[in-house]
Ligand binder design. Structure first.
Ligand SMILES: CC(C)(COP(=O)(O)OP(=O)(O)OC[C@H]1O[C@@H](n2cnc3c(N)ncnc32)[C@H](O)[C@@H]1OP(=O)(O)O)[C@@H](O)C(=O)NCCC(=O)NCCS
Length: 137
């Protein structure tokens, strides 16, 4: 969401509209693939554990998961393997803005999990984790 529209409750409007659309289509459940907003701050924590983190008030720690749950959603599953992104080492250096001089694991800006680099095969590979949240229509 564009920065100047964040924090205004717009996501609840969108989620309600999705549920309304599903209900009108005769569907029972909306399944939302969520990219948790603050997971990039904790790229080494397994997504299953991160998704279960809560604040002192008992609500989900992550702002986007919290917004979804506040709108009536239920965490259905967390997946360490949501999207696969692969490229050459040069491509990953370009995408991340980092030098990747050795084989191994790298944390990179905006990444929700570490990137694996194999220079002999000229390959970087990344699994983006995600969280599935269901909303009854
Ligand atoms: C988290 C986010 C999706 C919430 O949507 P929103 O409609 O703007 O937010 P709301 O006004 O309903 O606020 C919901 C909660 O998120 C928090 N929040 C809003 N924008 C935030 C941001 N940029 N960073 C961290 N927390 C944020 C609010 O403080 C509020 O917290 P509370 O439960 O303690 O009251 C959104 O603001 C955000 O972080 N956007 C950037 C990333 C993004 O777009 N993610 C979706 C990609 S699929």
């Amino acid at each position: 969401m564009a920065e100047d529209h964040q924090g205004r409750g717009l996501s609840k409007v969108l989620l309600d509209a999705m549920a309304d659309t599903a209900r009108r289509a005769g569907l029972g459940t909306v399944l939302v693939p969520v990219r948790p907003t603050w997971k990039e701050r904790y790229p080494l924590v397994p997504i299953e554990r991160y998704a279960a983190w809560t604040r002192d008030d008992g609500t989900p720690f992550d702002p986007w998961i919290r917004t979804q749950v506040g709108a009536g959603g239920t965490i259905a599953a967390a997946s360490a393997h949501s999207s696969r992104i692969t490229g050459t080492v040069a491509e990953w250096e370009h995408w991340t803005g980092l030098a990747l001089p050795e084989d191994g694991e790298y944390v990179f800006p905006g990444g929700l999990a570490p990137l694996q680099v194999d220079r002999a095969r000229d390959r970087g590979a990344y699994w983006e984790p995600g969280v599935w949240i269901t909303h009854e229509a």
